[in-house]
Ligand binder design. Sequence first.
Ligand SMILES: C[S@@+](CC[C@H](N)C(=O)[O-])C[C@H]1O[C@@H](n2cnc3c(N)ncnc32)[C@H](O)[C@@H]1O
Length: 329
Amino acid sequence: MTAPAPLHVPVLLQEVLDNLPVPPGGRVLDLTLGLGGHAEAILARADADARYLGVDRDPQARERARARLGADPRLTILAGTYEEIWTDPGFGDWMRLEAPQGLDAVLMDLGVSSLQLKDPGRGFSFQQEGPLDMRMDPESGATALEWLAEQTDESLADAIYGFGEERASRPIARAILKALAGGGLRTTLDLAAAVYTVLPREIARRKKQIDPATRTFQAIRIAVNGELDRLARVIELAVDRLRPGGRLGVISFHSLEDRIAKQTLRRLAGIYDGPGRTAPQPLPRILRLIHAGGLKPGEAEAAANPPSRSARLRIGERLSEDPLSRTTV
Ligand SMILES: C[S@@+](CC[C@H](N)C(=O)[O-])C[C@H]1O[C@@H](n2cnc3c(N)ncnc32)[C@H](O)[C@@H]1O
């Protein structure tokens, strides 16, 4: 008998293990614990004195991770978002008691897990009928349907273009809000059907293109969960908690996330990307980039786990305590 397929296969796992090494007694912060796939592998390599703090906003993910790893005394699981965890008393206590010298590794594996995507009841999938929800934390915030009800043609088109890079954003926004006004937008399949009125699915299938609803679903999910709102700031806050030599790894799944991760890490590495040839004033150099272009899955991983294909891991290593005084690595 073959074992059931795991609900979520951690992506770029070997690359994470190789590039976020945990020293003896190391301290690790995992800001997107998910089902604990990366956590399990990292903990398997860490020694008995290591400590691992896993954060996730999704109660179902935390429950699964707890069932998988909960017995490990080195692991603490915290509920919350990575935007807000920094002021959470539980986080402050853990940092003070377990990691007073700072962190050796921080991992951010962005986006949704397969558990979320595959559960029709969560409303993330355009392939299965489900409620228009899409919240990563089903206990807080507006559902996708509530969010859509607040939009105008223009604001929805801007979101679909900005978060989905969808060129047909304007007619798609109009079609969605028309379906909503006519009472015909209740489920994920209704939303996909509204997109297909503008971009027919059959044409995409014939041309072997991605499903035309992909970009619109991505955009609405990003908007509903505020996924990009504070990503740059969160990366800065995480880097701030690293000890010298400690590393941050960010795994992104689409170009918008990756652009923010790349630009933020480059800026913290003192690299100027603004207008003109040189920065108006020297940028403090807080990080060293590891694999400056980022790491992508190899052929074997891409073939075995197709959702990994769009993943990219970017890594930065913290330099000295006093970045402003530092001019060379
Ligand atoms: C790609 S999955 C992580 C999978 C995990 N690395 C594993 O191997 O099982 C991303 C997880 O991040 C969580 N997440 C997304 N945005 C978040 C946020 N702003 N704060 C906290 N958790 C978040 C999601 O709920 C999801 O469980």
